[in-house]
Design a protein around this ligand. Sequence first.
Ligand SMILES: Nc1ncnc2c1ncn2[C@@H]1O[C@H](COP(=O)(O)OP(=O)(O)OP(=O)(O)O)[C@@H](O)[C@H]1O
Ligand SMILES: [Mg+2]
Length: 391
Amino acid sequence: MTAEEDLQLEDDFANLARLAAAGAQEDVRLWLAKLVRRYRTRHPSLAERLNETLKATHTRSTGSAALRRGVTPQFSPPEASLPVDADTRMSLLRVCDDRASGLEAPLLPNGLTTEIDGLIRERFEVDKLLAHGIRPPRSAILVGPPGVGKTLSARWIAFRLNKPLWVLDLTTVMSSLLGKTGANLRMVFDHAKANEAVLLLDEIDAIAKRRSDESDVGELKRLVTAILQEVDSWPDSGLLLAATNHPELIDPALWRRFDAIFQFPNADVTTVERGIRRFLGRDAGNFETYIGMLADALKGSSLSDVERSVTTLRRRVLLKEASPAEVVVSLVSPHIEELNKAHRQTLAVELAKSQAYSHNRIMELTGVSRDTIRKYAGPSPIKGRSGRKDA
Ligand SMILES: Nc1ncnc2c1ncn2[C@@H]1O[C@H](COP(=O)(O)OP(=O)(O)OP(=O)(O)O)[C@@H](O)[C@H]1O
Ligand SMILES: [Mg+2]
């Protein structure tokens, strides 16, 4: 091995470690794929071992971070007929099929729900539209901040159209031998077109972001060009969806080609409240008193974050780690100033009733006076400033 090769190996190893330590699983996979290409000629056995690792990570990493969060989507086992990369034999598509288990409609502002319902209706009436010489909408791009339901809505659209959602695995598409990307992409699109599929290009900005990686610039340009051609020749019989939270990174030429643009805003307070109720599920009764204040405290968060907070509440109460009042106060205390007086008072009284803290401590936590607390909850059973527990 030359000194130069030595240095290269060192760099590659360090970079791999950096990505792994950061938990950037998709990046680790992309990087591994690149190393397989790089070392195939000079160090075939190393390349082969890396390739084995890459294949093994594939089954665990079922795609975008978003898909891994929240409700676990139903990923079918790879179908034998799905297109695979000729080189790595990894599937170029992931299948997300909610038809067996069902799916609840995403919680979205009314205007957006109407737009999405409109698309679904038009897709149902493709034949009628075509008979009148009107093209049905063939593609839509879903744009919005992380965790607001873009991927979920793509699943919902496919589910309503009674189809599985096929998700392009950009990582695998790009992991093949240099120069094969275009061929891979065509394979996926050909397969999707032939099956009148609902195909999702999820987190499509990933292509744009990776442009900063010099060595792949040529390959990425070819990929964007290939996607443009595929979007152009997408048939009326299928539905092509794309999702991004970085619209500014999308090539304007690609942007123009989508028939519809769905803007996903951050959830408003009403949507957050509906989310809280949904995510509380059968525990909604236990938390009824707190739903309004939780919505106030969590407004501005993505529903994905709301879901996580609500799950924490439910878990802690179920495992008897704390009373509902205590878990709620730990969640809302950073936002206590934003809660109205009535909410703060309810919280203070419930905390006093749960006897978890002294009235002094409750006053510190909620800003409600001890007199008011005593008036509604009776005298404090706990004396002193700190109470039974720290909050
Ligand atoms: N509008 C919503 N209605 C119901 N649940 C939601 C909604 N938005 C997010 N969630 C919950 O959060 C999870 C993650 O949402 P999703 O993957 O759709 O976000 P995303 O917009 O695709 O985010 P990203 O940009 O990070 O990919 C969902 O599976 C769901 O459990
Ligand atoms: Mg997503």
